[in-house]
Design a protein around this ligand. Structure first.
Ligand code: GSH
Length: 306
């Protein structure tokens, strides 16, 4: 029985990034279906308030954000690496650009094109969740400009592949490819009629190569069973390299952790460890007992609890 549990839903691009990485690494995993809008009653006991998708669970350890998830997958399953040939730093930088810029090109084009057909619950949830940034009415008004931006950025991808390499940083895929894949997947899947990359043959061929990695071997798991698994497990010992506590907050302090861009719901707990790349807090919930919740350091705010 696989011990990797991914809390996700089919249309989530960030979840698709992780599903494709699970495929690339050839892993067996459990898939728990979560709602795409709040409330998420079976996810909150695990995360303590973090609501974004996806979340990975391994026993009583909960990993928030695809950047943290992938670092943990890479640590546990390094064989088919996402960082071959010294690409770690550059792949991570491209990934960060793609997740925050290229992804929102895709969001604007997809939601603006779907416009009135977007269900009201989703429209309202995303508006609140993003503090007004994901605004479908604005996306409709600005659609021409948003499509131009998407095309400008897609051409960068076409250009990156122009010497005939199979992937963005060489012939092997890296983390960068997976981060570039999911926004394009969103566009191709939700608004295929746009043909957004139809005149970019290298990009289309790369997209097909990436798609072919598939999703590995997912096995559906009931959300309540995932809670029970956490309840019967104990958090794994934490050993961070370079435990420099960059915020100067000692382990054992009551803290909150929140995303710094959108979906900023704070998660409260006790600091277990932090370094320049990761924050780990311990929290307790009647439904799951004690869990360690892991966040990436970049893109998150760590504060002493008020
Ligand atoms: N930086 C986060 C971004 C995750 C994200 O924006 N996920 C979207 C779905 S693809 C989301 O959370 N939407 C609201 C929700 O699912 O509740 C990550 O890398 O995981």
């Amino acid at each position: 029985m696989p011990d990797l549990i991914l809390h996700n839903y089919p249309n989530s691009p960030f979840a698709e990034k992780v599903r494709l990485i699970l495929g690339y690494k050839g892993l067996e995993w459990h898939s728990v279906q979560i709602p795409r809008v709040m409330p998420k009653p079976d996810l909150m006991p695990l995360t303590g308030g973090y609501r974004r998708t996806p979340v990975m669970q391994i026993g009583a350890d909960v990993y928030c954000d695809s950047a943290c998830i992938v670092r943990e997958l890479e640590r546990r399953y390094p064989e088919t690496t996402l960082f071959p040939d010294g690409t770690n730093g550059v792949a991570t930088m491209i990934g960060a650009w793609s997740d925050r810029v290229f992804f929102f090109d895709a969001v604007g084009v997809v939601f603006g094109t779907l416009g009135a057909t977007v269900p009201n619950d989703l429209k309202e949830d995303r508006y609140t969740f993003s503090e007004g940034m994901i605004d479908i009415d604005r996306y409709q008004r600005d659609q021409a400009q948003l499509r131009s931006q998407l095309r400008a950025h897609l051409f960068w991808l076409e250009r990156a592949l122009e010497d005939g390499r199979l992937h963005v940083l060489g012939d092997k895929p890296t983390w960068a490819d997976f981060c570039l894949y999911h926004p394009m997947w969103m566009v191709q899947r939700r608004v295929p009629e746009l043909g957004a990359a139809n005149d970019m043959p290298r990009t289309l061929a790369w997209f097909e190569r990436m798609t072919a990695f598939g999703h590995g071997r997912p096995v559906e798991l009931d959300a309540k069973e995932a809670l029970r698994i956490a309840q019967t497990a104990t958090p794994a010992p934490v050993k961070l390299g370079h435990p420099e506590l960059p915020d100067g907050i000692p382990a054992g302090t009551a803290v909150t952790v929140a995303a710094d861009d959108y979906g900023k719901d704070p998660v409260a707990g006790t600091l277990v460890a932090a370094n320049a790349q990761r924050i780990v807090i311990r929290r307790t919930d009647p439904a799951v007992g004690e869990v360690n919740v892991h966040f990436p350091r970049a893109g998150f705010v760590l504060s002493k609890a008020a």
